[in-house]
Design a protein around this ligand. Structure first.
Ligand code: AMP
Length: 421
């Protein structure tokens, strides 16, 4: 029986790689402008890191983690997101915050045991930024506008930003209480998850994706009225700074996001080109996470976006041009010329030219067919006659022309043709 890839995972094939490279390269260059530096953390961590960091009653921790015991009986988890690992790394490596702030970005695979569907995978990739050590609302505005700047630069259409404040440990209990009062009467109509959350973490009820439940959330009292002074001021400032930067956004009081570590600002960037799974990017402030993980009081704000979702949009709606170096196909005619061509290929590659040869074919016709399939730009043909004259034929597929050249000069001739002047 043929073994295929596991449900919820996918092979990213060479034909799609230009989108991935475009996203990764653009992200790196934008992050550099905003003075963020790359960090790479391990793909698996102690399970406790995520349990403590994300909260035990989040969907991720309670249902979606790939957790296993290693041969030393340690409970390990494939990372479901990047922020908890970065909080751990910041505590573990004090040099990261030697200027009292760390501006870090990451790219890599994440793992969640979710029901796979379009735009939702069990192994997916996130690119994210974490701005650690800054409490000023400028930071929230910077991070949100950085996200938009990046998506604009990538050429992603149909974007909109929603923001909210989920308060802090001072005002969260008040918000939770008001929510409980509002939702209490309708509880029997809500799903099992909502009922469970009602006691454990009522704010997360607003994150429920069940359509029936959502109908009961209309007319929600303005939870911003229950924010404490500090959270209210912070939220108003973020709104003001976003306005002043010209960032368009909506305030969505139901935007609570699925992770418990958020305090104050939460935000989401969606694209109307994505369909049901329209969230492209999610983030927010998490002022208590580093302390909760055993570090110092460290305010922070960040976001992550899903690379697969960005690729889906770019494939359908953008015109990224594949930029590839021209391929030179080297075609020896007959067994005797193969070794000379094999060496020539080595010289071409050392000169930085992309070339290929088929070691199993000796006749010209089948080699030209292969060159055509590979979409080669040039073919170098080397037969017995050429060997005697110390020459080689250069066939230009685009110009439909061919000429003989001294074999000793061919690398130089091709370099001049191919390398941009
Ligand atoms: P989160 O870490 O849940 O805030 O998600 C941030 C972003 O990651 C989302 O907006 C998606 O673009 C992406 N994402 C989250 N979960 C998945 C998944 N299972 N498959 C693909 N992308 C995902």
């Amino acid at each position: 029986m043929i073994i295929t890839n596991t449900r919820g995972t996918q092979d990213i094939l060479p034909a799609d790689m230009m989108y991935w490279h475009h996203i990764e390269t653009t992200a790196r260059s934008i992050f550099n402008i905003y003075h963020y530096q790359e960090i790479r953390t391990p793909i698996f961590e102690q399970s406790e890191l995520f349990e403590r960091g994300l909260g035990n009653d989040t969907d991720i921790v309670s249902k979606e983690m790939y957790t296993f015991l290693d041969k030393g009986n340690r409970s390990l988890t494939l990372r479901p997101e990047g922020t908890a690992s970065i909080a751990r790394a910041v505590i573990q490596h004090p040099q990261l915050t030697k200027h009292n702030q760390a501006k870090l970005y990451y790219c890599g695979p994440m793992f969640r045991y979710e029901r796979p569907q379009a735009g939702r995978f069990r192994q997916f990739h996130q690119i994210g930024v974490e701005n650690i050590g800054n409490a000023h609302p400028f930071t929230d505005a910077e991070v949100i506008s950085l996200g938009l700047h990046l998506f604009d630069e990538l050429g992603i259409p149909g974007l909109s930003v929603s923001i909210n404040s989920v308060g802090c440990p001072v005002c969260r209990p008040v918000i939770q209480e008001r929510l409980k009062q509002f939702i209490g009467n309708t509880l029997k109509h809500l799903c099992g998850d909502c009922n469970r959350r009602f006691d454990q973490n009522p704010l997360r009820i607003l994150d429920c994706k069940n359509d029936t439940c959502r109908t009961y959330f209309t007319g929600l009292p303005d939870i911003h009225k229950s924010l404490c002074h500090d959270c209210k001021d912070h939220f108003n400032s973020v709104v003001e700074y976003l306005d002043s930067l010209g960032v368009p956004f909506d305030i969505d009081p139901k935007l609570v996001r699925g992770l418990d570590y958020y305090t104050k600002t939460t935000f989401e960037i969606v694209s109307d080109k994505l369909g049901a799974q329209n969230a492209l990017c999610g983030g927010g402030r998490y002022d208590n996470l580093v302390r909760k993980m055993g570090g110092k009081d460290t305010p922070a704000v960040g976001f992550a976006f899903g690379v697969e979702r960005a690729v889906m949009i770019l494939k359908e709606f953008s015109e990224i041009v594949k930029r590839e170096d021209p391929l030179i196909f080297v075609a020896p005619i007959g067994f005797n010329q193969q070794t000379r061509c094999f060496h020539l290929m080595n010289e071409l590659r050392r000169a930085g030219l992309k070339c290929e040869m088929d070691y199993s074919k000796e006749d010209l016709k089948s080699q030209l067919k292969i060159a055509d399939k590979m979409e080669a730009s040039y073919c170098l043909i080397f037969g017995e006659e050429e060997a005697e004259r110390n020459e080689i034929i250069l066939k230009d597929f685009k110009k439909r022309s061919q000429d003989s050249h001294p074999i000793d000069h061919i690398v130089e001739i091709l370099t001049q043709k191919i390398t941009p002047q």
